[in-house]
Design a protein around this ligand. Sequence first.
Ligand code: MG
Length: 395
Amino acid sequence: MANPTTEPACIALIVAAGRGTRLGGPVPKQYRDLGGAPVLRRTLELFVAHPRIDAIRVVTGADDDAHYNAATAGLALLPPVVGGATRQASVLNGLESLEAQQPAAVLIHDAARPFAAADLIDRLIAALDQAPGAIAAVPVVDTLWRAADGALEELVPRDGLWRAQTPQAFRYADILAAHRKVAGRALTDDAAVLRAAGGMVAVVEAAEANFKITTETDLTRAQAQRFLANADLRVGTGFDVHRFGPGDGLWLCGIKLPFDQSFIGHSDADVAIHALVDAILGALGDGDIGSHFPPSDVRWKGAASSQFLRHAVGRVAARGGVIRHVDVTIVCELPKIGPHRAALRASLAQLLGVPETRVSVKATTTEKLGFTGRGEGVAVQAAATIALPFESSFV
Ligand code: MG
């Protein structure tokens, strides 16, 4: 019996087991690049940042481990499970794998739909109060004709017609029971599965933007949609200083460098991360590191600054934005940054969840002038370029 206080309320099941054969090429469509990250990662970002989603599991293809690991590095996900021969079999595998968690609700979503909206997730979950299932769908607006041999035959009334999308939300126990019951019958989506088992499914209006990437043309459309959707470009800057004190190493960019002193500070005093967090928060217009993590709060005493950076990254994702680039300049005589520069850059890229090509770590001295020149501490200057959804430029 699950403990109600620890029971996950809602788990997202992302179906990424397809081969994407219509798109061709050696890489399945969910792992193709969409604006600097794989489609799957773009899809996951929304769910990772959504406050109503307690956990996420991806159903993968049997041979996709390397693609999956690269696409999901640094994201907090349940371990993936391997799918079956059909989408329906893959979803059943995913649902069976959540038996231990017994979530109240599950959102089943295609990996190749990277444009679902946060409010759509909210409305789907809310609809489960009234029905055991609820699907995202768009009303049909085009005139529908049935045709044969190149000629129109019959007008199809479009009244009441909807095109199904995902996410499709279900009370977990109901959809698991339904999938088990109809296993072996080929049904087109999970809503059809629940209905075949006698369950009612509500319809929740979604946006055309939440389309599924199937063809090469779709991928091009997705690139354009993503670029235009994040047209509110902002640059933020941050600056921080920490003084050396007694200790045995320096936290910098999320890793501990060997040194005969440490930085003095309330947290681990990772001066580079502090400057970078302020740069990201600055681009968001969202206060500074002190307002999010007050030094007066004992929770942050000795805290790993990597969690501050993850928080800032989460604030960007929660606004539907992306980090385009960061640039960090470390100002000091000691330690020598050069030998560690590649590791510092890799660490920041991993914490930010962006490719290393979008992270710059530089170092300079002040020619022995001032406090850094005297070896009393380290200063860091950072800049972050982020892209927010276009709507944000008007609020
Ligand atoms: Mg600081």
